[in-house]
Design a protein around this ligand. Structure first.
Ligand SMILES: [Fe+2]
Length: 215
């Protein structure tokens, strides 16, 4: 059966980052490709259950388990694309003061520094997961969230603006497990803030289209 819905792993032109080695990135790209492969595999297996137009009673346990795993793999795939997509070599560290992200952080948190304290604080939380800064598509407000694994804590319909992987595999070749703060510092020095601005612009364009207003 030809599945026209299958995903292709994206290629990311990322190397020479500050404090995150090429070895880490190459290993991480392979992990990401595993998520793409497994998303496709699970989607195919679930569609086989549906090929007769229904889920038979004896199929329910396997169908349910595969569907639960799909949430994990699917979010794992998508979040890695956001994560690799919001990094670049020789990042400026902090966003420009007149940038869309800086202004949105000020408007939402009172200041960029408070936004950063919250985001970094979430990144240091014990557990396996992600720190994500989301934009509320209804009003442009930013909020930071802890995501357990890949799928628990994502806010439905919100726009991921800055995504930071804090699973140990993101830094274990470069730092000790207890050195996550050093990895977070390194991550910040590699942020492509222009990408975050673009993501905010897309959110604004969607709001404008909904309300018929320009900005
Ligand atoms: Fe990861």
């Amino acid at each position: 059966m030809i599945n026209t819905n299958s995903y292709q792993a994206k290629q990311f032109n990322l190397s020479g980052l500050n404090g995150i080695s090429d070895r880490t990135l190459e290993m991480h790209f392979k992990l990401y490709e595993g998520y793409v492969k497994e998303t496709n595999n699970l989607s195919d297996r679930i569609s086989e259950f549906l090929s007769d137009g229904k889920v038979d009673q004896e199929e329910v346990p396997a169908y349910s388990e595969l569907t639960r795993r799909l949430g994990f793999e699917y979010n794992g795939m998508v979040l890695h694309e956001y994560y690799f997509g919001n990094m670049k070599r020789e990042g400026p560290g902090n966003p420009e003061k007149n940038s869309a992200f800086f202004r949105a952080a000020e408007a939402s948190f009172g200041s960029y520094d408070i936004w950063k304290a919250d985001f970094v604080g979430i990144g240091k939380m014990r557990g396996v997961g992600w720190a994500i800064c989301y934009e509320n598509p209804a009003n442009g407000r930013l909020s930071n969230h802890w995501i357990t694994l890949h799928e628990t804590g994502n806010v439905a319909g919100f726009n991921p603006v800055l995504v930071m992987d804090v699973w140990e595999h993101a830094f274990l070749l470069d730092y000790k497990p207890a050195e996550r703060p050093k990895y977070i510092d390194a991550f910040f020095s590699n942020i492509a803030w222009s990408v975050c601005d673009e993501r905010l612009k897309r959110g604004l364009a969607a709001r404008s289209a909904t309300t018929g207003e320009l900005g």
